[in-house]
Structures are given as structure tokens and as C-alpha cells.
Ligand binder design. Sequence first.
Ligand code: GLP
Length: 260
Amino acid sequence: MRVIIEKDYEAMSKRAAQFVAELVRNKPDCVLGLATGSTPVSMYKELTRMHKEEGLDFSLVTTFNLDEYYGLPPDHEQSYYYFMQENLFKHINVSPHRVRVPSGLAKDVKAYCESYERMIKEVGGIDIQVLGIGGDGHIAFNEPGSSLASRTRLVALDEQTIKDNARFFEKEEDVPRYAITMGVGTILEAKRLMLLANGKKKAKVVAQAIEGPVTSQITASALQLHPDVIVVLDEEAASELKRREYYLHAEKMIQEFYGG
Ligand code: GLP
């Protein structure tokens, strides 16, 4: 696991965008796994800037989003589909038919979830999966207790997640109680994972995920099982890591070894 600590949210976001941009340049028809939430917003801004100012070309890129609230139509302002349009898709040249966000309106949910998995396989799998971390240590909407082998499915949201996400809705009662989410097992199949976290509020759960035991109680801890993980943090989110000094040292040494 490569842990990169940047001084603040902006630096964290730029660094994360560089990893995505590097992949898009080297493999123009790559498959990006994308996340919602406030954490990746500035990374998406930086990718937009790179597209506009540096010609970063998304025309052949395919994207898959991690999750969607169940019951919300794509044009609902709090749907994750809408979020992706507003924060990234409408600003870059990604082709609309290569963009996938789980449907919040699927009728036969089980069949739909299986088809989402199939679509990921059909394009050869996800090259890099961007992840945030929830206050309860979840990745996507894999709440504590989700099997580490779980697949795309309908989940019931945890009370804490509903509270955490209520800030985006008019009132807490408006937050959907269900979501469709990629499973932990689905996420672990991506070729590379990149977890982002910023702010003091995430410090404890980040330390549990990175340095604690691998447990279904903190589904982000499953990242420890993956061979190619980059964790990009700001100073605040890194503040409770026991091995913080080592990560800073290791990153410097690795950069020196590979020359930049
Ligand atoms: C939601 C999403 C997660 C996201 C998490 C953190 O629960 N399903 O994918 O990582 O929120 O959100 P934020 O980045 O706003 O802290």
C-alpha cells in the first residue's frame, strides 16, 4: 500500500488527478471507476482543468460509478448520476454512452446488479477505482458488516450514513434508505485502487482502515488485501496514522529510486 500525504485538500486533489490523468494518457480507452461525495470534487475540478487547458482527452474512456441511491431518478439533484454530470461529465469530452452509474430505478434489482457486474467484465474490468471513505469506514455503500466478498447489490443504509449524507438533502427524512452499490469483492477486482480522504473528521477511520485489522466492520480495510493501492491523504486525515513518518520517508525514497 502506497500512502501519500499532501499538505492540504487542494494538493491531495491535484496529486490524485495526476494518477488518473497519467492512466488516461497512457491508455486512452481505459476504464475509470468513479466515486461521489465531497472528497473527490476538487480532483474532478483538476481533471476538468487538465481537459480544458492541456487537452486531456476522455473521448475513448469508459466510466463506472460505485453506487447510487435507490429510488432517485437520474435527474434528481441528489442522485449520484446528477452529481457526476455536474461535477465532471458535462465539463469533459467523455462519451455519454460510455458512462455508467447504477440505476436508482431498476425494477428487477437482482438482475440489474448482475448486469452491472457483467458490463464491467465486458469492458475488461476497471483500471483504476477511485474511492472515498464514509464516516463508518465504508467504501461505496458497503456498510459495516458487508462481506469482503460482496458483489453489486441493494443495501440498506446505516443510520450514521443517513445522518452524514443528510447535509445534501433538505431534511434527514429525504435521504433514501437504500442504495445500489458495487460490492467489496467487485471493488477489489479493479486493477488499481486509489482511496482519497481529507480532514480531521476522517483521521480515525483512515487509521483503522490502513493500520487496523482487515475486518468487514470497516470495509475500507479490505484495501489491505489488494496488490496495487494508492492512498492519498491530506495532513489532517493522516494525523492519526501511527506509521505516518515511515510513509513520508518511504514515499521520498521510492521517488528517489525511480527518479521522480
Ligand atoms: C457516500 C458514498 C461514498 C463516499 C462517502 C464519503 O456514502 N457512497 O462513496 O466515499 O459518502 O463522502 P464524503 O466524501 O462526502 O465524505
